[in-house]
Ligand binder design. Sequence first.
Ligand code: SF4
Length: 483
Amino acid sequence: MFVAKNDEPKFAFDAPRMNGKNFVSPAKGQWSMEQYFAREGVDPLRYAFEGKIAVHPGAGGKRIQPSMVEQTLEDLSQKPRTGLSVAYIHVPFCETQCLYCGFYTKAYGKEQSAQYVDALIREMQLWDGRPAQSQGPVHAVYFGGGTPTALEAADLERLLKAVRTYLPLANDCEITVEGRLHHFNQEKMEACFAGGANRFSLGVQSFSTEIRQSMGRLAPREAVMRGLETLMGYGQAAVIVDLIYGFPNQSMEIWLEDIQTAMDLELDGMDCYQLNIFSQTPLGKAIREGRMPPAADIPMQSSMFAASVEKLQKAFYYRLSLTHWARSSRERNLYNQYVKGSANCLAFGPGAGGNLAGWFFIHQNRYDAWLEHVNSGKKPTAMIMAPSPHFYLYRAVAFALEHGWIDMDALEKKFGVELSALLEPLLEQWQRAGLVAVSEKKAVLTLAGQFWQVNISQLMQDFLKHYLEDSELTGRVADASGA
Ligand code: SF4
């Protein structure tokens, strides 16, 4: 979801930067087409933009007054969910902090496991029987963090069982447990199976012992491989790993070896993510202070991305999204796909965020505040955003671009917005810049466009938002497109 995290990369640049300046969505009356353009006359894979921009959560919408949060929640809880739905369960603890991680929140101690799971189950009980939670199938559940696999075996099992008790899971529900292999022993694996987990997403990041340990990952290559083999050996669940490119000292050779190792293990799938760096993380500080060499720059990262695409395509892996590759049909990656579209998302745990029919909400981020709410029988929601009138269109655009192409004709029919005419000036420029190929109302991202997909998606959504929600702009867009 847009908060805590899922198996998306847990990093973003400190400030979104575009063409040398911090990128901000243009305010009313300060709009210009150029703000959305890419560089032309350069190698688009490496230089189309200066940096990746951060994705804004929520697809538009307005924050509601704090005094209205309780009543809004009450109203939302009484409406049955319709359409696709997922659930996100957040486990905020980690045994150690990985140097690059901007999402580390709470050190883990064994004694916290039972208390935390008790509280999570109480949180699920708060809306038990309310239509928003109890009606309509839930198609995917994701235990993310933090490190869900840090929890004790008995607690993992009863948490998974509680999810089956309090959420109406679809018969083919994907149930993912995210985690790391360190301390994920067979007792815990078997507890997850007993609770019904059918997918594991493990943050390996790199198989190189040197790279792993320089980033604060504890287990060496051999232990990671043994753990994955053990988990795969049960034959009970899809097993996928996250890999990251761009770490300091991670050459192209090491990166391609990381992918080869995942392929040799015959895992069900893998995510290939780009490293982004927060300056306040230990890695950001170490690089700034010269204690660690710099991470790969954007041109190098783009080469690593292109090399991974070539390698996986040659091996006939298929893409479930631009970052996610599957080897077997056991892997579906449902949660991550649905949550980026317009699916409802029930969310539990401190800092977790969800969405009900376009109403985004986020829980108390501070553990104590979250616990206090739950213990006093209150939903721990800190903030709610009312949906933009075009919420479903924006999410459909984001979902399409996650998969590398957009069918404007289909979206026009579905949403009654003249998308191809509206986007024409933007797509023409991006086509000249080498990021998209447009034909018959379909825009397909080139390899360079795929690398810059986050920018393209956010810029397109911002462009649509400003056009559709600020009537002053209509004329200017028409002028720019020569209409
Ligand atoms: S295990 Fe490492 S990468 Fe994952 S949330 Fe914890 S600190 Fe971050």
